[in-house]
Design a protein around this ligand. Structure first.
Ligand code: TA6
Length: 300
């Protein structure tokens, strides 16, 4: 369907005709609902749906850089682009043998986009390919697979994140498990390196960290909703954890003043050590999201 200033929206539906669904605009997942039709991702009530800027919420893809890296575009151009829908088999609501609904998207940057890439690398649009497959499995699990290939250009480096806004009932009742004892770079202290001491990450103030070499399974427990999000990842060594808290929220035009309480960003990412691709090489970054009743959180 056309929406968001005429951009194609794609809706993947659960093969069982249940209410589970995933919606995308371009390369950005904007909604992921479970079988009861409950929205699992956060979208700001003040989100600016003005293509091609990224909407505050869902899962914008940060590429080719994460953080300001000295360029004007904080998180790269991929999330501000309109992606092409590739030859996904219609109808989109059911296809492959595993009962997954999927859509394949292709990012076609312009010469202009290259300008925001770190200037030390000259990359032309035709020298790389970025393909994204988003799929919704019969059990409601959301999979995102990014494949970035250096077709024939000079070696180039990039950092990457699935900037995932989870919907939570109350940030002060949220715990993140799986990051204990890890080192992290604290964006609130000039990216200084610390070691996590806690036995889970909890939130009492703004948090903006990159956990280094995180395990491939992370759990986000929402106490009030009695549910746990489980992130599994491959090719994404780092985990970003971000909540702007009250003061920063008030300074953000596209986030409601109190809405920081209903969101937490936990991003599968490759940031600390950017990925370098020589001609012909391909990188794959895979993130799987599922939600389970909290009583199972121990076996995430
Ligand atoms: O998640 C880490 C972070 O870099 C924060 O510092 C904050 O800037 C956040 O991303 C949101 O960035 P955005 O460009 O989406 O406003």
């Amino acid at each position: 369907t056309k929406d968001w200033n005429g951009i194609d929206q794609v809706v993947l539906r659960s093969p069982h005709g249940a209410s589970a669904r995933v919606s995308l605009y371009g390369g950005q997942v904007t909604s992921w609902r479970n079988d009861h039709g409950e929205e699992l991702l956060f979208t700001s009530s003040k989100a600016i749906f003005k293509a091609p800027k990224a909407m505050r919420g869902g899962i914008p893809i940060c590429f080719p850089q994460f953080g300001n890296g000295g360029s004007t575009e904080l998180h790269g151009f991929a999330r501000n682009k309109i992606w092409m829908i590739e030859d996904s088999p219609p109808p989109l609501h059911l296809n492959d043998s595993h009962g997954k609904s999927f859509v394949d998207l292709l990012l076609k940057p312009s010469d202009d986009d290259m300008k925001c890439w770190p200037h030390r690398i000259f990359v032309i649009p035709s020298s790389f390919e970025f393909r994204l497959r988003v799929s919704l499995a019969a059990d409601g699990v959301l999979n995102m697979i990014s494949r970035i290939r250096n077709v024939n250009g000079k070696p180039f480096s990039f950092s990457f994140a699935y900037h995932t806004y989870f919907s939570v009932s109350d940030i002060s009742e949220v715990r993140i498990e799986g990051l204990e004892t890890l080192d992290y770079l604290d964006n609130l202290c000039q990216k200084e390196r610390f070691t996590e001491q806690g036995n889970a990450i909890t939130f009492e103030s703004e948090v903006d960290r990159v956990y280094v070499s995180a395990p491939n399974a992370i759990a986000i427990l929402d106490h009030e909703k009695k549910r746990t999000f489980v992130i599994r990842k491959e090719g994404l060594p780092d985990i970003v954890v971000w909540n702007p808290w009250e003061k920063k929220s008030r300074a953000m035009g596209d986030l409601g003043d109190e809405e920081y309480k209903q969101m937490v960003c936990v991003d599968g990412a490759a940031i600390v050590r950017p990925i370098t691709l020589k001609p012909g090489e391909e990188w794959t970054g895979r993130m799987q999201l599922k939600v389970v009743p909290s009583s199972f959180c121990s076996d995430h």
